[in-house]
Write a protein that binds this ligand. Sequence first.
Ligand code: GTQ
Length: 351
Amino acid sequence: MTTPPHTANERSYADLGRLGVEPLWRYYRNLFPAEPHSLAVPFLWRYHELRPHLLHFAQALSLEEAERRVLMLVNPGMQDPPATVNSLYAGIQVVTPGETAQAHRHSAGAFRFVIEGEGAYTTVDGARLRMRPGDLLLTPGWSWHDHRHEGTGPMMWLDALDYPLVNALEAGFFETYDQRSQDIRAPRDLPASQYVHGRLVPAWDTERATASLVGNHTWEETRRAFDAIAHDAVGSDVDGIVLEYTDPWSGGPVMPTLSCRIQRLPPGFRGAARRRTPGTIHHVVSGRGTALVDGRTLDWRDKDVFAVPGWAWCELTNTSRTEDAFVFSYSNEPVLRALGLYRETLTERMG
Ligand code: GTQ
């Protein structure tokens, strides 16, 4: 056995790795950066470019050959494992008339936001939820879900899951249901009809669920909420008229890990810049505008999706002089808040 020399030369480092140790001083700055540096980059996915590919695979690949027919929106900085921003995923799913996407469940939380088509529904823990453009359908972690299309024409929606976060926490579980689709155990859209009564919510369920019991938030309900807000309401400097989808019982986010929002940017709106720790995925419901993200301009229009990495500066503009823009977005903000890791900074708008 040799005694290490009293100089920190390469030889003295050579044996460390196989002993399962590393010198902290060589890693320190990377492990404790002054501020976060996301691997994700600002990125925009144009729906009109993706749509023909979705339609191609809708013809070319049967749902028997794929668990789900989805194009994943993979951030160029986050390819392995694929993710859209650090902790979150987005994909666009296509289902054709007569198809059923196999029932399954996973511990990752998920939801759908419908982009186009009519006549499909998703069944969540035996409750059938209709899907229409602009609707938000929740499939909280570990709930059984299958999708069935009984309409005409293709049906496309945005899928969101937090599997990048769940897998990083090594808490990912998955099961396939023993039938292709679940039997319907509850009348259509029952959860919403039982649980949404404005500020009065049912108190008979003593066991609190970890996620909202309201499985669907229709575009009609969202539209009504916006219509009830005066058109000259001031809203947020950063986000305009921004609304959070909530669990009616807790008043908190719809799922323990996921916050879902929808914002209305009035014509010509130019938001103040902000950065915040959660990476955020945006989906444009309607309108056109720009997102200036860490100096990069993303030109968005209806049905596009764009990624804003965590701690990136972001400034949203509605470039239309006449039309409102409606933008849906989601993040793991509840996770960061629960862990004391939520931070944001704002700048005053220049000029
Ligand atoms: O529809 O259940 O985009 O399990 C990725 C994983 C959709 C789904 C995705 C999934 C689903």
